[in-house]
Design a binder for this molecule. Structure first.
Ligand code: SF4
Length: 291
């Protein structure tokens, strides 16, 4: 490959919430070698990290057993619904809550809005675990709640929304600002009172803003991270509209892109919040011709 200019984003890879979750999980196992350590749901969307944790004896729990002894259960950075936490506690788990503090803030705001009589709109993907937990927290105080990241879908509930005098909005921490803006524009047109909390986390905003600039300045931008990860796929969607963008999970997938890599002189690399540094390094080495 010809000599290339390669730029790695400053905000590539683990965010502080994921870093804290991974480090604390390892520390917990180290400090409790005789206890079973579980995480409820995959700690992060990255198979390599999950395998590494498994090798250390930190296992992923998908279903709650009836009774356990001598067992710790970690709540991952996405959070969990109050019902799940109480079932885990009843089963006998010692709970370690590693819900990211930014996610906790969204849960808090969502609960406040419902308590104060607002019809709550959660801007996000309904099936994403973070959103499921935010919704479950808010549902403790009422059922006037909608989850959507699409104006067309919200329009189907227009009558219901119009009947309610007050509408409150929170956002999944990893959503795109453009998505929030479109939904707010629509809700403004149909509501009398609208309260908006922009709860997109700082780590996501920094990562997206920096990547936008890099996409403008380079011939090609690579987004490294799991295709199951919300923040990584949103990053790729944003960049696709600005520049040539390739979303890969790891360096192995780059084999299919040799032609475009060869024809690009300036290449930028960014990565999602759940992408470990060694995977990013392997990608950089591949582009440099190290393969
Ligand atoms: S992406 Fe943001 S909200 Fe999610 S874990 Fe990272 S810092 Fe926390």
């Amino acid at each position: 490959m010809s000599k290339k200019e390669i730029k790695l984003a400053k905000y590539a890879g683990f965010c502080y919430g994921v870093k804290r979750a991974v480090e604390t999980a390892k520390k917990l196992k180290l400090e409790n070698p005789n206890k079973n350590v579980y995480v409820f749901g995959e700690l992060i969307h990255n198979a390599d990290v999950i395998n590494e944790l498994e090798a250390l004896g930190i296992r992923t729990l998908y279903e709650i057993p009836e009774k356990v002894e001598n067992s710790i259960c970690i709540i991952r950075s996405h959070g969990a619904s109050p019902d799940i936490i109480s079932k885990l506690t009843d089963a006998g788990f010692e709970i370690h809550d590693l819900t990211c503090l930014d996610v906790k803030k969204v849960q808090q705001k969502a609960m406040e809005l419902v308590k104060d009589g607002y019809y709550l709109v959660i801007v996000g993907k309904a099936e994403h675990p973070e959103v499921v937990a935010i919704r479950a927290h808010a549902e403790q105080y009422g059922n006037n709640i909608l989850v959507s990241n699409d104006v067309k879908e919200l329009k189907q509930h227009e009558e219901k929304l119009k009947q309610n005098k007050k509408i409150g909005v929170v956002v999944q921490t990893t959503q795109r600002l453009e998505t929030l803006n479109k939904i707010v524009e629509y809700l403004t047109s149909i509501s009398k009172e609208l309260k908006i909390y922009n709860t997109i986390c700082l780590s996501t905003s920094h990562r997206q803003n920096e990547a936008r600039e890099l996409a403008k300045e380079n011939d090609l931008i690579l987004v490294v991270g799991s295709k199951k990860s919300a923040n990584t796929t949103h990053l790729a969607e944003i960049l696709n509209k600005i520049s040539k963008t390739i979303h890969i999970e790891n360096a192995d997938e780059l084999k299919d892109y040799d032609e475009i890599l060869n024809s690009s002189e300036k290449i930028a690399v960014t990565a999602g919040a759940s992408t470990p540094v060694n995977i990013i390094d392997n990608v950089i080495n591949y582009i440099k011709g190290g393969k």
